[in-house]
Design a protein around this ligand. Sequence first.
Ligand SMILES: [Zn+2]
Length: 508
Amino acid sequence: MARRNVALMGMHLESNSFAPVTQEEDFRRLCYMSGDDILEDIALDHPKLPLEISAFCAEMTKQDVDWTPVPIVVTAAEPGGPVEEDFFQRTKTEMERLLRAAKPLDGVFCSLHGAMTTTENDDPDGELLEMVRQVVGNAVPILTTLDLHANISERMVEMTDILIAYRTNPHVDQEARAEEAAELMIEIWNGMKPERAFIRLPLVAPSVTLLTAEGPYADLINRGQERKTNAIANVSVVAGFVYSNTPMNGIATIVTGRNDLAAAQSLALEIADLGWQERERFKKVLTPLDDAVLLAKANGEDLSRPAMIFADVADNPGGGGRGNTTWLLRAFVEADVEGCLFGVFNDPALARAAYEAGQSSRFDAIFNSETESEFSIRFEASAEVLGLHNGKCVGTRGIWAGRSLDVGPTALLKVGGVKLVVISNRKQCADPVFFEMFGLDVASARSVVVKSRGHFRAGFARYFDDAHTIEVDAPGLTSPVLGNFQFNRLPRPIYPLDQEATWVGPSW
Ligand SMILES: [Zn+2]
């Protein structure tokens, strides 16, 4: 068998249509690589690239495939608003140029998030895959990995041989799914014909109901895996990302059969049926802010109480939140909560002010001095600078373990009884490293506040079990209270926004 050339490419963005536009600089800051830079990054101990790229390559090599990786472009930005259309088009054009120059190709591995929108287009992920298909033709397999929060279009299904979505939330199986992609690409080379069945339900669920350890969504994923036979190559059940606000929103199932369409359709239908039957379970009651404050206050005063973690789920930078709402901070400070670690507050101007004030000094901290908006409201408090850090670190636990991270100039401030980490590059607090970089021990805190929706669970699991994890109801761009948003692009009627929504399965 001749040596195989496999293109490596990817573009990751989870778009929240209510968040500010994501610009080229947001991609450049987190990850934008092409050509040999991609191969060099893969070889590093702590790569910057999405994990899928290196895992795919490692698996191809492990499978003893005679192959050549052909690096195209891999880019990623923190979740944010729709990407600016012009940058998307330029990226797509550059990918196309490099793909054409690399022909002939024997396969394409594409790592996408799958919930990207642009300022002008609901389905740029589908547009990218269509471009790839046009360049390489129908005979070359295109395998794509997706985040579990992808919103899948018919075009994405049509243009790809196999779509493979993460199965864990928090996401800790990126490498396993990329390895699966490598194995399936080899199977296709050996004659397997993928047959895909795709069903999207009129069901959007708040992200806090979409954990995979247990709950209604876990049941869908588990059903898919339990019922997987040799006739089935892959079962992906994507949760979607409701804040993308697109016509492709809705929990969706894609089952890929091995030369067996009927088997794929039958299992897809079984999973979709289960999801629709169980739709009422995709509702969640959060803890009111006032109740959360009482719990944290009691924890600070009574050391015999178990410590708790409070998730500011409505201001999750991992879902496009700005990481700078002040409702929890203000309430905790005003209630004189003691023994609290708070992370991470995104405010470059405040970090600069802390640097100017200097280590161990006290100054008047102004939160959101430069970026006041509907959710990012100004707050002033006297603060002491307990520590300063350049923000470069390596993830220790959870979804970023082993990855190089850079949150920019960072300050540890003490405001009342709250020790607060202020960063300059927006990031969710999914890893205790942001406290540990200042020598803080999470285990000794009486309460911890994190700006994160659910990924913090993987990083903080050793300190807090589910019973001591409090999801707090406060305003923000990622509030799980869907009634707070003016959705104008969702397919309607859709459950639970429209209680009368109905669904009948496809008539295959
Ligand atoms: Zn996700």
